[in-house]
Design a protein around this ligand. Structure first.
Ligand SMILES: Nc1ncnc2c1ncn2[C@@H]1O[C@H](COP(=O)(O)OP(=O)(O)OP(=O)(O)O)[C@@H](O)[C@H]1O
Ligand SMILES: [Mg+2]
Length: 261
């Protein structure tokens, strides 16, 4: 059975996609079988993998439709999975995915659509990584309902502490209503400059509120991490020895360790 990790934060631009793509790549480079699911209609994880979303006819959007049309049947997810493009496999997204929020709004069991999709491929992977949009809509709930572990990337500023508190409330709600097995794997500081007082005090605050062991190793600010997606490359492909690549390697080590404990 795969460990399914959802990368979520309601705050936009908090490093979700960068983290999802590079954690997926890092785990695959450790020999794990990895599937990355782009569950954001912005399709930035798809683009970051060098896949252009606009002409795709098989994406997570079409999978949601298959499941909506026949909840009980088996669904062939395979044709949607892009393989041998990267070290990991990808279920891509496209802008149409936003329509699911309305199209599935009244469907019974609408929170479990992604869970049902992933059940079909669960045995083929060691890790499934889900990249979510910043909004708290039906797709986000689907991502949280489908996972065992939650990673919350945050930029260490005081405003992001508010977003973190909101994410914890969402986690408790999801645990109570949809998915009791979702656990916080960790809070991942990104774009983090530990030399500044602000970053240091926000990290201390997080440790005080959530416990020291909830923090994942911080990822420093590195322009290479922002450049890599424009070439459709992961950081290990684009600049394997830069500090961003080294930092994500540390994160991956810790993710592997925490998925076993
Ligand atoms: N450690 C880092 N150093 C420098 N730039 C970074 C770093 N992490 C992410 N970025 C850049 O910050 C921006 C936002 O990151 P990203 O797209 O991963 O956030 P997101 O949470 O997925 O955004 P959204 O909420 O829109 O989905 C991107 O331009 C990305 O390249
Ligand atoms: Mg994103």
């Amino acid at each position: 059975m795969a460990s399914t990790i959802v990368v979520a934060n309601r705050k936009g631009g908090s490093g979700k996609t960068t983290s999802a793509v590079n954690i997926a790549d890092g785990l695959a480079r450790q020999g794990k079988r990895v599937l990355l699911v782009d569950a954001d209609s912005q399709a930035q994880a798809t683009v970051s993998c060098g896949v252009l979303p606009y002409r795709l006819t098989a994406t997570v959007y079409e999978l949601f439709h298959l499941i909506l049309a026949d909840r009980e049947g088996r669904h062939d997810v395979e044709p949607t999975i892009i393989k041998s493009h990267k070290s990991f496999d990808l279920i891509p997204s496209k802008p149409d995915l936003a329509a699911v929020e309305l199209e599935a709004a009244q469907a019974p069991g609408r929170e479990a659509l992604l869970h049902d999709v992933l059940l079909e491929v669960d045995r083929d992977y060691d890790f499934i990584i889900i990249d979510l949009p910043p909004s708290l809509g039906l797709i986000t709930i689907n991502g949280l309902a489908a996972a065992n572990y939650l990673i919350v990337p945050i930029e260490p500023t005081f405003l992001s502490m508010d977003g973190l508190a909101q994410m914890m409330n969402i986690l408790y709600r999801v645990n109570a209503e949809f998915n009791p097995s979702l656990r916080l794997m960790g809070i991942l500081p990104v774009k983090c400059d530990r030399r500044t007082n602000l970053a240091r005090s926000v990290l201390e605050e997080i440790q005080k509120n959530f416990g020291k062991d909830r923090l994942l190793p911080p990822v420093r600010n590195d322009i290479k991490l922002a450049e890599a997606p424009s070439f459709g490359k992961t950081i290990s492909e684009y600049a394997p020895s830069c500090r961003g690549a080294r930092d994500y390697q540390q994160v991956v080590e810790e993710v592997l360790y925490r998925s076993l404990t």
